[in-house]
Design a protein around this ligand. Structure first.
Ligand SMILES: O=C(O)CCC(=O)C(=O)O
Ligand SMILES: [Fe+2]
Length: 219
């Protein structure tokens, strides 16, 4: 299952937070993007999630395994027609384990990773994501993030506040970003995307797609 990673090697952004540029080749990006576009159509269509205080997220999100709504996981998509989301395919969980093996160079950490949900976000040119923690999961297993399509500025902060210090990282189509260990609950967000930067043949005509794999601890 080990992946031979052709990129420049993991770059440590913070302890436990690693950026692996170019982790997916163009053919893998295309296959993933095609799959994301299919999931976006259903059984629960991608939608802009409503926030408890009335706002609406600027990304559209579709979930696999568990349905996420701000700020909890449910079996059925109660805020999006009540259907049951598609299961997380085994090959995507395998890809998550391969990601951890390459990021942490630790086969044991990879073997014990059991992601059971994926959140897939679709960014149009105006979409952003404010600084937040991924804290609706009941485990402290890492989050594995894969980027497709347009590049973005990903802001990776600290675990205490949504403010500085942070590091801005440009995430490009095919990049892997993993955050776990001491960085698992760090604040992070997407401050902007760069329209028109998607490489030809990555399967994304416009905008950006981000997939995060998580282990909810609910399954
Ligand atoms: O789009 C990204 O790169 C990050 C997405 C994210 O933070 C999330 O879905 O919780
Ligand atoms: Fe997040």
């Amino acid at each position: 299952m080990m992946f031979s990673f052709p990129g420049t090697g993991p770059r440590e952004i913070a302890p436990g937070a690693l950026h692996l540029p170019g982790w997916l080749d163009l053919a893998q990006q295309r296959r993933l993007a095609v799959a994301c576009h299919a999931w976006a159509r259903g059984p629960v269509p991608a939608r802009a999630a409503r926030l408890p205080r009335g706002g609406v997220m600027s990304v559209r999100t579709v979930c696999l395994g568990w349905h996420w709504q701000p700020y909890r996981y449910t079996r059925t998509a109660d805020d999006a027609g009540g259907g049951q989301v598609a299961p997380l395919p085994g090959w995507l969980a395998d890809l998550g384990r391969a990601a951890l093996a390459d990021a942490y160079r630790d086969p044991a950490a990879a073997e014990s990773y059991r992601p059971d949900t994926a959140l897939i976000n679709f960014y149009d040119d105006a979409a952003r994501m404010g600084m937040h923690q991924d804290k609706d999961e009941r485990t402290d297993q890492p989050v594995v993030s894969l980027s497709l399509g347009d590049s973005c500025r990903f802001r990776f902060g600290n675990t205490h506040t949504r403010n500085r210090p942070w590091t801005d990282v440009e995430l490009v189509s095919g990049d892997l970003f993993v955050f776990g260990g001491p960085s698992r609950f760090a604040y992070h967000g997407v401050t902007t995307t760069y329209p028109g930067t998607a490489p030809d043949g990555c399967g994304v005509d416009a905008g950006r797609i981000n997939i995060t794999l998580r282990e909810t601890g609910l399954s």
